[in-house]
Design a protein around this ligand. Structure first.
Ligand code: PLP
Length: 436
């Protein structure tokens, strides 16, 4: 299958090119030329299928023409080494827990899939050359990418992060791994890290010396696999619920809108979801678009749910393209909600006292949007996009508890930190990379 650019000014790309390059030449986002509906038989059998089998069927629909059957199955099975369970919170609200992966956030699914698919393409070429992934992070992306690529042959990852500016819990998730992961501690802010990465991609001499690529969240191999768990959620719910599933509402706490975009692709493939809610924090650019039809990006505002602090959601271009640029189609299928920090904290307290369920600040936006937005007869599912212990200080403070840190997060915290200190001067970074 070929991929076209949302900007319409770049040549069609193969899957391999779209995955290796990430962004199209015209800076648009890659979109698959076709989205096939899954067969009726698949939906009839889905409730008796395992998560991995469901995911393999969905993956074949997108990647089946371009990846060998056996290899694709291995990639999918290896990616999903953990579950994404659906848990009941109230009578009509369920949570899709996406935090059971290595770094306790949903980004693990996309990062693991992308790492394995990239590894597959490299092995097929068998040039024997190592591909170097450069990633700048303010915290969460670095950990998901580093852990997703950990131990994948033929790939080395360099994670650049601002010294002293990521939380200790985040830092240990990419500085203690060793193997093919190098953490680079930059004496500067996140923007300096990003600038170093961009300069490296533009430097001719460096690119002749080593093969460089990014693991950006707009990569088709990172966002499409996120559709897997929506199908699984539907399957698990259809066994739990005796009623018909024609009234399912999916609510996704959103920042760059990659996660909800994958759910919308699932819907195009026939997943029976009635409607969607995009839950936002105070960063309400998409919310405003739904109300007015005007898309007006703004600088982001810092909030309690900081992984959603995005002022110009990159996947808006995909959603806009998917529905033929029609505001009417988009706002009929998707509604919005937005919450200030006080409302997020209040929701976390209320949910904890009424149900005992501990929400993280991102999931809290989703839960509240369902509480306020569900109509009679509808069943709502919201994504818990991260484990609350990832935000331990905030969650403890808001709920007045001492939340337990899961063992796999503790294990990171006990590992030994290994990092390379770096100035924000590109000459130093380049000299370092030229010696690798
Ligand atoms: C990345 C992230 C989000 C936002 O997801 P998008 O795909 O960017 O919309 C929400 N919650 C958490 C915890 C995240 O890490």
């Amino acid at each position: 299958m070929n991929y076209y650019s949302t900007n319409g000014n770049a040549p069609l790309a193969s899957l391999e090119k779209a995955v290796v390059k990430g962004l199209a030449e015209d800076r648009g986002l890659y979109m698959p030329e076709r989205i096939e509906k899954l067969p009726k038989a698949f939906f009839e059998d889905i409730s008796s299928m395992s998560f991995q089998d469901i995911a393999y069927n969905v993956a074949s629909n997108f990647f089946g023409e371009d990846v060998d059957e056996d290899a694709l199955q291995d990639i999918v099975y290896d990616t999903l080494s953990f579950d994404c369970p659906v848990v009941k919170v109230t009578d009509n609200i369920y949570t899709l827990e996406l935090f059971h992966g290595p770094t306790l956030a949903f980004k693990d699914v996309g990062a693991r899939f992308m790492a394995r698919l990239l590894g597959y393409f490299l092995r097929r070429k068998s040039s024997g050359k190592t591909v170097n992934v450069l990633v700048a992070t303010s915290g969460d992306t670095g950990s998901a990418v580093a852990n997703g690529f950990l131990g994948v042959e033929g790939i080395h990852v360099y994670v650049l992060y601002p010294k002293g500016k990521v939380s200790p819990i985040q830092e240990c998730q990419f500085t203690t791994l060793g193997k093919n992961i190098t953490a680079i501690e930059v004496d500067g802010v996140f923007d300096d890290c990003q600038t170093l990465v961009k300069s490296a991609f533009m430097d001719k001499e460096l690119n002749n010396h080593m093969m460089l690529t990014s693991a950006n969240s707009i990569n088709v191999a990172r966002f499409l696999p996120q559709a897997f768990y929506y199908f699984n959620a539907y399957a698990r719910l259809s066994t739990q619920l005796s009623t018909s599933n024609s009234d399912l509402v999916m609510c996704v706490p959103s920042g760059n809108f990659g996660n909800i975009c994958a759910a919308l692709f699932g819907h195009e493939m026939g997943l029976p979801i009635k409607r969607f809610i995009a839950a936002n924090n105070a960063n309400d650019v998409f919310y405003n678009y739904l109300q007015t039809g005007k898309y007006e990006p703004r600088p982001s505002i810092q909030t309690l749910a900081n992984a959603m602090d995005v002022g110009d959601p990159s996947n808006f271009a995909r959603i806009y393209d998917l529905y033929g640029k029609s505001h009417e189609r988009i706002s009929t299928l998707i509604s919005g909600a937005k919450y200030q920090d006080e409302q997020i904290a209040e929701t976390m307290r209320q949910c904890y006292s009424e149900t005992g369920y501990i929400l993280d600040p991102h999931g809290a936006c989703g839960y509240r949007a369902l509480q306020e937005g569900l109509k009679d007869g509808e069943i709502g599912v919201f994504c818990e996009t991260a484990h609350p212990a990832k935000f331990k200080e905030k969650v403890d403070d808001i709920l007045g508890i001492d939340i337990e840190i899961p063992a796999r997060l503790k294990a990171f915290m006990e590992g030994e930190k290994q990092s390379v200190e770096m100035t924000k001067d590109f000459t130093d970074f380049k000299r370092f990379l030229m010696q690798q």
